[in-house]
Design a protein around this ligand. Structure first.
Ligand SMILES: Cc1cc2nc3c(=O)[nH]c(=O)nc-3n(C[C@H](O)[C@H](O)[C@H](O)COP(=O)(O)OP(=O)(O)OC[C@H]3O[C@@H](n4cnc5c(N)ncnc54)[C@H](O)[C@@H]3O)c2cc1C
Length: 443
């Protein structure tokens, strides 16, 4: 059994930035554990970086103000822009076209946010991880090693049981940073429960991914690569927003044990004729049922069943007429469906069978508004894929260093409700590393 000062569970941006900061602060015997053989987490996905504290960062969760967020973002930015394939794709300073777009959106009661954005593309994902890893000279990587449980020992250290190449191995650490991402969120929630780490349920985002011929959305994405439109719906008063736009990109799936969710990315080199983006509705539950994860899982499972194990896709032309899409007419020329060729082979069907009426109302109302701001997006060929669900739902109350109520257990990243994206996850890793260094190693 190895003994570490810090064991970081998860090698996504939260875990890697925590490791970088711990090395910089001189904390030794740090290990990063990941169940995958390659340390990256979501860094292999697309790599759009939003440098705006209103995007993907929850100031209250991180217990920082806008100025502190801006400063931390500057530190993250400095690291990433040192990677040669990371290119700036949205320039906000003095950009009058952004102001014009914001004013058209405001006429329709829609808030438009244009952050400074950089992008490296999925095809550069491995190179960016190698670049970050090359800056880590002392951190030990325990790869292909899944943490299965964590227990507190009498001496106050934590005992982490793991599975490596089907063998049980154990490690001990004085401090744990849990940064397991969304894929490890429920594993950590179970472990946290056994350690008496407090947690509660936050909102989830449920919606669809739109894919359309890029000519309809280029007028916007040429100004802002990943435009953020935020709607408050008049029928239900709910929040809906656009998220993760990929000009010239492809629709992808995220596979979980019991279902698949839609997502999207873009390559830096090869572009498609389409653009895709998510349209998601924030859902909070109160009483008698507040478990938003279970609610999201039920929706995802329903789609899994209806789509025969794949997400469902419906043409706007079919949706408007209240009928399902089918393989027979999916690329119908008389119906103008050939204008947009799907980049992912989802099951043609009816998305209204799997999403609650309130969510469908909200999404359609928002799409109709967006079609007024960007005319043409609701062309009959436009594709609506479902389900796209963001499970940022388990929240861990923490102090300003992201330490939970249990001493020595810190949390960071998307899986613990501290971020929603690469920049936010990286910031949370920095905060946790500074907190643990100050409290446990430099006093
Ligand atoms: C297709 C797609 C495209 C995306 N595009 C973007 C984008 O353009 N811009 C953006 O900002 N965000 C994007 N995201 C989201 C982004 O990937 C995440 O916000 C980010 O990676 C979260 O970082 P994290 O460190 O919290 O977790 P992750 O990056 O998910 O890393 C968590 C790591 O923990 C490991 N792990 C989990 N449980 C265990 C365990 N029990 N034992 C050992 N290891 C474990 C996992 O294997 C994983 O490597 C995208 C996501 C997807 C799926």
């Amino acid at each position: 059994m190895n003994n570490y000062n810090v064991m970081i569970i998860g090698s996504g941006p939260a875990g890697l930035f925590a490791a970088l900061e711990l090395e910089r602060l001189g904390v030794d015997r740090v290990a990063v554990l990941d169940r995958r053989p390659y340390p990256a987490g979501g860094l292999l996905n697309d790599g759009k970086l939003n440098f705006d504290y209103r995007i993907g960062i929850d100031l209250e969760e991180l217990r920082i103000d806008a100025d502190a967020a801006q400063r931390l973002m500057g530190e993250i930015r400095e690291v990433f822009v040192g990677f040669p394939s990371c290119r700036q794709v949205t320039f906000i300073d003095g950009n009058e076209r952004i102001a014009a777009l914001a004013s058209i959106a405001a006429e329709h009661g829609v808030l438009f946010i244009a952050p400074e954005q950089w992008h490296w593309g999925t095809d550069n994902g491995k190179a960016v991880v190698d670049y970050l890893r090359s800056r880590l000279t002392k951190t030990e990587f325990l790869l292909g090693t899944a943490a299965t449980s964590i227990a507190r020992q009498d001496d106050g250290c934590y005992h982490v049981s793991c599975l490596h190449e089907r063998k049980r191995v154990s490690h001990a650490a004085r401090v744990i940073l849990a940064a397991p991402g969304r894929s490890g969120a429920y594993w950590f929630r179970d472990v946290a429960g056994k350690l008496d780490v407090r947690h509660n349920f936050g909102p989830i985002d449920v919606g669809i991914r739109i894919e359309l011929n890029r000519k309809f959305y280029d007028p916007v994405t040429e100004i802002v690569y990943d435009p953020k439109f935020i709607f408050k719906t008049s029928r239900h008063g709910d929040k809906v927003r656009t998220f993760c736009t990929n000009p010239g990109g492809r629709v992808r799936v995220e596979s979980y044990d019991r279902f698949k969710l839609v997502n999207g990315d873009a390559l830096s080199g090869r572009k498609t004729d389409n653009t895709n983006f998510a349209l998601i509705n924030t859902v909070s539950l109160t009483e008698p049922f507040s478990d938003t994860s279970e609610f999201g899982h039920m929706i995802a499972l329903q789609f899994h069943l209806l789509g025969g194990g794949r997400p469902i896709v419906q043409r706007v032309g079919d949706f408007r007429e209240g009928r399902r899409s089918s393989r027979r007419t999916f690329d119908s020329i008389p119906r103008h469906f050939g204008v947009c060729r799907a980049t992912y082979a989802a099951t043609p069907g009816d998305i209204t069978l799997g999403l609650p009426a309130r969510i469908i109302d909200n999404l359609w109302e928002s799409l109709k508004k967006l079609d007024k701001i960007v005319p043409g997006i609701l062309h009959p060929s436009t594709l609506l894929y479902a389900p796209e669900i963001k499970f940022f739902d388990t929240h861990f109350p923490t102090d300003e260093h992201l330490e939970t109520n249990v001493e020595g257990i810190f949390v960071a990243g998307d899986g613990t409700g501290k971020s929603r994206g690469i920049v936010g996850a990286s910031i949370s890793g920095l905060i946790a590393a500074r907190g643990m260094a100050a409290k446990y190693f430099h006093s």
